[in-house]
Design a protein around this ligand. Structure first.
Ligand code: PLP
Length: 410
């Protein structure tokens, strides 16, 4: 059965366990055959059964038609569809402004490599950025290619470090080129408050903002256009159920023509298959494609789009607002059960100001995660907290049982 047909029975009603059991769970029969309570959905999302058919169709086209597989109804079509889905998901309203990348870090490097090379790029970033972006900025710093001002958390909410966009805004001074911030802090789930102040302060001094949407895209509705973001990066392997390698850099139309990155290749050329080569008398930019296409790179990893598309279509068909409403109910259920069981946990004053998982502090998070896993509860940990990330496939029985196991192992 096609995904659209399978989901058509859902209508537009809010999600509940009955609807999910009838219309959604059957689409995940392979992953649901696992005998465990999977609560690491914020880390590696659960794939649809359709992913196998989707990837197989790309391979069938290769076996059956060889080079014709590249056609617009084939591999190039999947690339176009991937860009459209991401544009819809993040509210870019410009599919060609979505540049497929194999990692979020690759997106950051493409942006860093679009600034003048004769001086370091002056960057402001928080200490809460994910390891990959943190490491890339530090590597650029070591090589003298970036000067980074790091913004620390301003305090604690219980055991949880708290960042504020106002502090990022205060660190932006004239001469700043680029601000790198996460919309949701990966280690705690905090939605960065006062993001509008960051954008305002950056634009006032002519700096650009790159937003990491890895823990927000697919978690709650976002519009990078409304936020007036210059760039955004993100990827599909968590909430979007698309596996590793399916990432993106989104570029505001105002920068697509005016900035040029060195991270380029022949797919960024105006007429890719004309094999026209720029000669020294003709600058390479003269043959570059217009708009976001000019930011493409070399031969793309086509199978990745087939791997990611079922999860993206599923998310868009359900609607991120419906997914978020259900996720908030599940998180509230979990936190109530933590409380009833006397388990220390982060209890946010406003759960909507936090992302898709709940936090339990522990002195030995790795040991606790291993014990939970040995007892059939799959979670992970960052920065002194175990993260519990339900998705709509987790039943309330699952969640209640997970808390019982946690109580026994805490
Ligand atoms: C906030 C955030 N950004 C980026 C990434 C992944 O970065 P990359 O694609 O460069 O490996 C993650 C992965 O957990 C993340 O949580």
């Amino acid at each position: 059965m096609s995904l659209d047909l399978a989901l058509s029975g859902l209508g537009n009603e809010p999600l509940d366990e009955g609807l999910i059991r009838a219309h959604i769970a059957p689409l995940f029969s392979r992953v649901l055959a696992r005998q465990e309570i999977y609560l690491a959905n914020h880390s590696l999302g659960r794939p649809l059964d359709h992913m196998v058919d989707s990837v197989a169709s790309a391979l069938d086209a290769w076996y059956g038609t060889m080079d014709e597989a590249w056609g617009h109804s084939g591999w190039m079509g999947a690339l176009t569809e991937y860009r459209r889905c991401i544009s819809d998901l993040i509210g870019l309203d410009d599919p060609r402004g979505v540049v497929p990348k194999t990692s979020a870090g690759q997106g950051l490097r493409a942006v860093l490599n679009a600034f003048p090379q004769d001086r370091p790029v002056r960057v402001v970033a928080t200490r809460g950025e994910f390891d990959s972006l943190d490491f890339i900025l530090k590597a650029y710093g070591d090589a003298g290619r970036a000067e980074v001002t790091w913004v620390d958390p301003r305090g604690l909410d219980g055991t949880v470090p708290i960042y504020d966009g106002a502090d990022v805004a205060a660190a932006i001074t004239p001469g700043c080129d680029l601000v790198v911030v996460s919309q949701v802090i990966f280690s705690t789930g905090q939605v960065l408050p006062n993001l509008n102040q960051v954008v305002q302060a950056a634009h006032q001094v002519g700096a650009k903002v790159l937003l990491d949407t890895y823990h927000s895209a697919g978690v709650f509705p976002i519009s990078v256009r409304e936020l007036d973001m210059d760039f955004a990066v993100g990827g599909c392997y968590k909430y979007l159920r698309g596996g590793p390698g399916a990432c993106w850099l989104a570029i505001h139309p105002r920068h697509q023509e005016t900035m040029r990155t060195l991270d380029t290749g022949w797919f960024a050329k105006r007429d890719v298959f004309s094999y026209h080569r720029a000669e020294p008398t003709e600058p390479p930019f003269a043959v570059r494609a217009m708009g976001g296409d000019g930011w493409l790179e070399s031969t793309p990893p086509i199978l990745t789009y087939y791997q990611a598309l079922p999860g993206l279509r599923f998310t868009l068909a359900l609607g991120v607002d419906r997914i978020r409403a259900y996720s908030l109910q599940q998180l509230s259920f979990l936190r109530q059960h933590f409380k009833a069981a006397g388990i220390p946990h982060h209890a946010p004053a406003d759960p909507a100001a936090w992302g898709g998982y709940a936090l339990v502090p522990h002195a030995d998070t790795n040991g606790l995660v291993q014990r939970l896993k040995a007892h059939g509860v799959n979670t992970d940990a960052r920065g002194g907290h175990v993260r519990f990330g339900p998705d709509l496939l987790n039943t309330s029985d699952d969640l209640a049982r997970a808390v019982e196991v946690l109580k026994a192992q805490y």
